[in-house]
Write a protein that binds this ligand. Structure first.
Ligand code: FFO
Ligand code: ATP
Length: 188
């Protein structure tokens, strides 16, 4: 079994070869599947990251949430404590680039919401197993956040991000569903 860093590198290499048309095709199919899920339809508040390629595109998911009257909240990292603070996003101009080319909400333009208000959390990651365990970018931000988050969780993945196994550590927590272009994988 490979360790997390080896898997991170392999998946990044594979994803870097995905062409723009396929990236768009797969992202659209994943989004359409997500919108069919009950967890999406019944959630009033959606927690989601702002995607950076080659992550599955979330801009179209944010737009759809707005169009259907949902509240969108996006995370701001608190690096000192490795914590996430979710803040409401009502327009893309409320984002700023903070580090690694990731976009975060501008604090003065957005308001914080508490985790209990988030009905559906879309959890980012680089690689996933069928059991719902994930490997992220190594910050441990979501692993920490998920320890006391009790709402629904899903992750979005290209099939190239599905891996057979990795050494699950004590802090790793599974997501409830993984949505790929062709399937919805229930993990529980
Ligand atoms: N689009 C997107 N936004 C996101 C995430 C994501 O996965 N995707 N995150 C998902 O969590 C958070 C940011 N994730 C981060 C992950 C790693 C590091 C970081 O500092 N990495 C160091 C090593 C960290 C360590 O091991 O201590 C590095 O790469 O040098 C920072 C933020 C919130 N926003
Ligand atoms: N709940 C937690 N409490 C304390 N430390 C944690 C917790 N979760 C993860 N960590 C630590 O954070 C570091 C990064 O964890 P890991 O490699 O699993 O991150 P990741 O899953 O890739 O990142 P993310 O959760 O941000 O997507 C590890 O050193 C891990 O031990």
């Amino acid at each position: 079994m490979d360790d997390k860093n080896t898997i991170r590198k392999q998946v990044k290499d594979t994803l870097s070869q995905l062409s723009k048309p396929l990236y768009e095709d797969y992202s659209y199919k994943i989004a359409c599947r997500l919108f069919e899920e009950e967890e999406w339809q019944k959630a009033d508040v959606i927690g989601v990251t702002v995607s950076k390629p080659p992550e599955v595109d979330t801009y179209q998911i944010i737009r759809k949430a707005w169009e259907t009257g949902k509240t969108v909240v996006v995370p701001k990292c608190v690096p000192k404590e490795k914590k996430l603070s979710f803040r409401t996003l009502t327009e893309f101009s409320q984002l700023e680039s903070v580090f690694y080319g990731l976009f975060e909400p501008v604090p003065t333009l957005t308001t914080e919401v508490s985790p209990e208000q988030i009905g559906l959390l879309i959890v980012p990651g680089l690689a996933y197993t069928k059991a719902g365990y994930r490997i992220g970018f190594g910050g441990g931000y979501y692993d920490r956040f998920l320890t006391d988050y009790t709402g629904n969780t899903v992750s979005l993945a290209f099939k190239e991000q599905m891996i057979s196994d990795f050494l699950v550590e004590k802090y790793d927590l599974p997501v409830g569903k993984i949505i790929t272009p062709n399937d919805v994988i229930k993990t529980v």
